[in-house]
Design a protein around this ligand. Structure first.
Ligand SMILES: Cc1cc2nc3c(=O)[nH]c(=O)nc-3n(C[C@H](O)[C@H](O)[C@H](O)COP(=O)(O)OP(=O)(O)OC[C@H]3O[C@@H](n4cnc5c(N)ncnc54)[C@H](O)[C@@H]3O)c2cc1C
Length: 348
C-alpha cells in the first residue's frame, strides 16, 4: 500500500519503534503507553502541523500491534487537535507536554442526551465558567486537560479545562476497556479556545482531521485479523488437508483481502486530499470511516469463524479484535451518521 502515489518519502520512511508495554492495570498501562509513544517518537506527530497520512499510518500500525497503544496515540491528537488548529501561541505551548507524554489530553463533546445530535447539548458557559455533564469521554479520569464544548450566549463555544476543575462522576467499563468517564462541570473555569460561538466549527474541523484516522485504526485491526486467519488456515488440518485448500475458506480470505484493500484506498485517499489539496474532506473522511470500520467488523468476524472454538476463547488475538473493533462504528459519528453525511454531499 505504501508504494501508492498517496505517499511521500517521509511516509515511506516512517517507522518508529513499537511500544512494548507489559500488562498493567488499565490507567497505568495507558500512562505507560503514552510515555513509550513519546519516547519512541510517535507523539510528536499528534500536534502542530497535522499530517493526516502520518496519523493514519501511525494508527494503522499501532492498531495492528495493540489497540490500547492506538487509543493512547489517537487521544493525544484528538484531545489537543483543537489547540493545534485554533489555539493561540500561548495555548500551543501546551502541545509540548502532549508530544513528550507529560500531559494527557481529552475531547469532551458528547452528553447523555446529545451524542449523534451534538446540537442538543445542554452544557452551558457563562463568563467563561462551564456547567453540565459530558459522557463517554475517552481518557476521562486520567487526562490532565479537556477540550470542552458548551453553549455560551454566542452559541456553542470551545474551552480548555484543567483536570482539577472537572469531577469524574463515573468511570465507564466497556467491552474493550480504555479509560472512559462521565464528567461533571460545576461552574468550572474554562479558557476560551478560538472565538465565542465558533465551537461547532472547531469540533467539525477537528473531526475533519481525525475521522479518517478511525478508518485507519480499523484497517490495522482488519489486517491483523486477516494475517492471524491466514496463518491459522495454513497450518490447521481439516478433512485430511490444510484448511486453506477448502474453497469456501479461500472465498472468505478473498472477501477479507478485497475489503481491506478497498478500505486502505479510501482511508489514504481521504488523508491525501486533506494533506495535499488542503480542503475539507467531510465526504471522503465519512466514506473512509464508514467503509473501513464496517469492513473491519466483517473481516474480524470471518477470522473468528475461521478459528472455530479458538476464536471465541477469551484473550485470543481475534477475540480481542472482535471486542476492540465494535466501538469504532459508533464513536466520532456512528455509521448511520456517516451515511447521512455522504448522502447529503452526494445530493448537493
Ligand atoms: C468507546 C467510546 C469512546 C468515546 N469517546 C468519546 C470522546 O472521547 N469524546 C466524546 O465527546 N464522545 C465520545 N464518545 C461518544 C460517541 O461519540 C457517541 O457515543 C456517539 O456519537 C453516539 O452517540 P450516543 O451514544 O448518544 O448514541 P445516539 O446518539 O443515541 O445514537 C444511537 C444510535 O442511533 C443511530 N443513529 C444515529 N443517528 C441516526 C440517524 N440519523 N438515523 C438513524 N439512526 C441513527 C446510530 O446507530 C447510533 O449508534 C465515545 C463513545 C464510545 C462508545
Amino acid at each position: 500500500m505504501i508504494e501508492l502515489p498517496f505517499f511521500e518519502q517521509r511516509h515511506r520512511a516512517f517507522a518508529p519503534a513499537l511500544p512494548d508495554v507489559p500488562d498493567l492495570p488499565l490507567d497505568e498501562r495507558c500512562r505507560a503507553l503514552v510515555n513509550a509513544l513519546a519516547e519512541n517518537g510517535w507523539l510528536e506527530h499528534t500536534v502542530g502541523e497535522l499530517d493526516v497520512r502520518t496519523l493514519c499510518l501511525a494508527r494503522e500500525r499501532l492498531a495492528y500491534h495493540d489497540a490500547l497503544a492506538d487509543f493512547a496515540f489517537a487521544m493525544q491528537g484528538l484531545g489537543s487537535g483543537a489547540i493545534s488548529l485554533f489555539g493561540t501561541d500561548e495555548q500551543k505551548e501546551r502541545l509540548r507536554g502532549v508530544a513528550d507524554g507529560t500531559s494527557i489530553a481529552a475531547f469532551a463533546l458528547s452528553e447523555p442526551e446529545a451524542g449523534s445530535d451534538v446540537a442538543a447539548m445542554t452544557s452551558t458557559a457563562r463568563d467563561g465558567r462551564i456547567s453540565g455533564t459530558k459522557t463517554w469521554i475517552s481518557n476521562g479520569g486520567i487526562a490532565d486537560f479537556y477540550t470542552v464544548f458548551a453553549k455560551a450566549p454566542e452559541g456553542i463555544t470551545a474551552y480548555i479545562v484543567e483536570a482539577d476543575d472537572v469531577q469524574i462522576e463515573e468511570r465507564i467499563d466497556v467491552i474493550a476497556p480504555h479509560p472512559l468517564a462521565r464528567l461533571r462541570f460545576d461552574d468550572a473555569p474554562g479558557e476560551l479556545l478560538g472565538h465565542p460561538g465558533q465551537g461547532m466549527k472547531i469540533a467539525l474541523a477537528t473531526l475533519d482531521v481525525f475521522r479518517s484516522t478511525v478508518g485507519a485504526a480499523a484497517l490495522g485491526m482488519a489486517r491483523r485479523a486477516l494475517d492471524e486467519a491466514t496463518a491459522h488456515v495454513k497450518q490447521r488440518r481439516l478433512f485430511g488437508a490444510p484448511m486453506s485448500e477448502l474453497q469456501l475458506v479461500q472465498a472468505k480470505l478473498a472477501d477479507m483481502a478485497v475489503g481491506i484493500d478497498a478500505s486502505a484506498l479510501l482511508v489514504y485517499r481521504a488523508a491525501w486530499v486533506k494533506d495535499v489539496l488542503q480542503r475539507r474532506v467531510t465526504k471522503e473522511a465519512a466514506m473512509a470511516k464508514l467503509h473501513a470500520t464496517e469492513t473491519a467488523q466483517r473481516v474480524i468476524d470471518d477470522a473468528v469463524q475461521l478459528f472455530g472454538g479458538l476464536g471465541v476463547t477469551h484473550d485470543h488475538p481475534v477475540e480481542r479484535l472482535y471486542r476492540e473493533i465494535r466501538a469504532l462504528r459508533i464513536y466520532e459519528g456512528a455509521s448511520e451518521v456517516q451515511k447521512l453525511i455522504i448522502a447529503r454531499a452526494t445530493l448537493a
